[in-house]
Write a protein that binds this ligand. Structure first.
Ligand code: AMP
Length: 633
């Protein structure tokens, strides 16, 4: 079936279309209704059906291809050593998952309980995710690059019974301790978990808290042979919560279902990612992000593929490491981000060219805009199609892409492509609230019902879900908060965010969160954080700070000291991922006469663009100061 036919069916008759797509997964009991949209936007997919993500990802394949590779974990335990590679067959993966599920149960975790994972890219993180799915516990993975305050706000929102963590992750050949950050987060948080399950990798010393902290290796010995049956879950029960940044300082818990998500992944693995059972998929994201949830863990396993879990940087031990893995494991489909490819572009080409990459059939890139030079360079090196795809934590799988599993529709430079099945994508004029004409810029929106796999609600806050996502326009449309255009052939182009969210190396960060953290420094009076274009990372955060005490501005030393302290504050509270690339000290911020920060003007000045209409500015000198600070840096 062609893309056009497939897509038309999905939007003309979603019930029939998704009813058929649902046959891609196993159901313990069949659903009675494909879609219940009587309480839109709170839609329910595959009502009454029971299924289980872990069954579909692991048990189903362990029964028919038990010896086939399932999880290939590549970790870096010791600095500077070659990465350690472990291959788990489907049978072995099932064993580990059952063992971990038994450990969770022994710690009192049951269906509906939340389990927070603060983990690096190690196999135990995948076992824990799948073990939660198996027994109906709700996992919430927090990216390892986040620090205590970010972690604490997530602990307080998800209220986990158990936290799974480790002594340290490994990055750039160095151990990055996790446990002290976790202990501090639990200290700050109001909610306290009953237990902390710790995987001790022997990378960093750990203080343990008696009665609370328990050792994974010890419990694993006890539960080695445990048999834990799959719990059939109603399709609309919660599989996981994944926090994402928005325009307020408080992250939103994106809540996902079980059945809809499984069907969306099974469908997209075939139609978009062309994954074939028995082949190897290599997604270089992190399990702390949605791409990692969908296309490191659940998607490839649901498709019966082997999936590579890779801890570390693409340049260690050298810039050939990813390509060595592609050769060794005969990777057919790879998924990465434009930033990672830009990093690799700086490496000597021989590192890549020494490997046999003939198994590779396509490379998917997502998370941020894909620029033409990056796309052209990697296409030339690999000689495979480069498929841009656009989506969000909220949707769980691509909104826009090219469905090469259906037909050979060409890609178009600078465009992530056309709407994927079930997504009724609209470009809405901000001025009129009506649909834009071709090539006219508007806000990218999606008409209800969103297809299966998309967020159910904001965890614990239905009102926020409706207010945030469904209230921008006159009619009920989901706002992506991205600007976009559609050309006359239906290809879409993404033109940046409409809100104060920035995208650093493919990671979404809320500028408000960073501002709140900076404001907690005792010598900060006011702050503005904006996203500024960056050649490598797409965007970086840049902060403009008005100190409380003007003496901080007097000497180069006093300025440098305050700048370093501010960076340190963000590092400690939010984590290195949120640290601004630059902190500029000024004594005035550009505001309107009514006191609103002129962020877009600040951003324009930082990027050397015309700041546009400044008739409302309170004091034009403030913008000159910004210009001076940026030029002086
Ligand atoms: P996240 O929820 O962290 O995955 O971030 C989603 C946001 O990243 C989107 O709303 C876009 O702003 C941006 N984004 C994701 N994929 C793309 C892409 N292929 N092209 C341009 N922007 C993208």
């Amino acid at each position: 079936m062609s893309y056009t036919e497939f897509y038309q069916q999905s939007v003309n008759d979603p019930q029939a279309f998704w009813g058929r797509e649902a046959e891609r997964i196993d159901w313990q009991t069949p659903f009675s209704q494909v879609l219940d949209d009587s309480r839109s936007p709170f839609n329910r997919w595959f009502v009454g059906g029971t299924t289980n993500l872990c069954h579909n990802a692991v048990d189903r394949w362990a029964a028919v291809q038990g010896d086939a590779a399932a999880l290939i974990a590549v970790t870096t335990e010791t600095p500077d050593a070659e990465p350690r590679e472990r291959v788990y067959s489907y049978r072995e993966l099932l064993r580990e998952v059952e063992t971990t599920a038994a450990i969770l149960q022994s710690l009192g975790v049951s269906r509906g309980d939340r389990v927070l994972l603060y983990m690096p890219m190690i196999p135990e993180a995948v076992f824990a995710m799948l073990a939660c799915a198996r027994i109906g516990a709700i996992h919430s993975v927090v990216f390892g690059g986040f620090a205590s305050n970010s972690l604490a706000s997530r602990i307080d929102d998800a209220k986990p019974k158990l936290i799974v963590s480790t002594d340290a992750g490994s990055r750039g050949g160095k151990a990055v301790p996790y446990k002290p950050l976790l202990d501090e987060a639990i200290r700050i948080a109001e909610h306290k978990p009953e237990h902390v399950l710790l995987v001790n990798r022997g990378l960093a010393a750990m203080d343990t808290v008696g009665g609370r902290d328990v050792d994974y290796a010890q419990l694993r010995e006890q539960h080695r042979e445990a048999s834990v049956p799959v719990t059939p879950l109603e399709s609309n029960e919660i599989s996981y919560i994944l926090y994402t940044s928005g325009t307020t300082g408080k992250p939103k818990g994106v809540q996902r279902d079980v059945g809809g998500y499984a069907v969306a992944l099974a469908s997209s693995m075939e139609t978009i990612f062309c994954g074939k059972r028995g082949e190897t998929f290599f997604c270089t994201s992190d399990i702390g992000w949605v791409v990692g949830h969908s296309y490191i863990v659940y998607g490839p396993l649901i498709a019966g593929m082997a999936t590579i879990l890779y801890e570390g940087m693409p340049t260690r031990p050298d810039g050939g490491i990813w390509w060595r893995l592609v050769e060794k494991y005969r990777v057919t489909r790879m998924f990465s981000s434009p930033t990672a490819i830009r990093v690799l572009k700086k490496q000597p080409s021989e590192l890549m060219r020494q490997y046999d990459l003939s198994s590779l059939k396509s490379l998917f890139l997502a998370g941020e805009p894909l620029d033409e030079p990056t796309s052209a360079w990697i296409a030339g090196e690999l000689n495979v199609p480069i498929i841009d795809n656009y989506w969000q934590t909220e949707t769980g799988w691509p909104i826009l892409s090219i469905a090469r599993g259906l037909d050979d529709r060409p890609t178009r430079l600078g465009s992530p492509g056309v709407p994927m099945p079930g997504y009724r994508v609209k470009v809405i004029s901000e001025a009129t609230g009506e649909e834009c004409a071709p090539n006219e810029k508007g806000v990218l929106a999606i008409e209800a019902p969103l297809p299966p796999g998309c967020m159910q609600t904001v965890y614990g806050d239905d009102e926020r879900f409706v207010k945030t996502y469904w209230s921008t326009f006159k009619r009920p449309l989901y706002s992506t908060f991205d600007w976009g255009i559609r050309d006359a052939d239906g290809y879409h182009f993404i033109l940046g965010r409409t809100d104060d969210v920035i995208n650093v190396a493919g990671h979404r960060l809320g500028t408000r969160e960073i501002e709140e953290s900076i404001c907690s420094h005792p010598n900060v009076s006011e702050v503005a954080v904006v996203g500024v274009e960056d050649k490598l990372k797409g965007q970086v955060a840049v902060a403009f700070v008005v100190p409380k005490r003007a003496d901080a501005l007097t000497t180069a030393e006093s300025r440098a000291a305050l700048q370093a302290e501010i960076m340190g504050t963000v590092d400690k509270q939010l984590g290195a991922v949120a640290r601004p690339a630059q902190v500029h000290l000024v004594n005035l911020l550009p505001k309107t006469r009514s006191g609103k920060l002129l962020r877009r003007a600040i951003q324009a000045v930082c990027e050397g663009r015309d700041p546009g209409d400044l008739t409302t500015i309170e004091d034009p000198a403030s913008l000159e100061q910004i210009r001076g600070a940026v030029q002086g840096a």
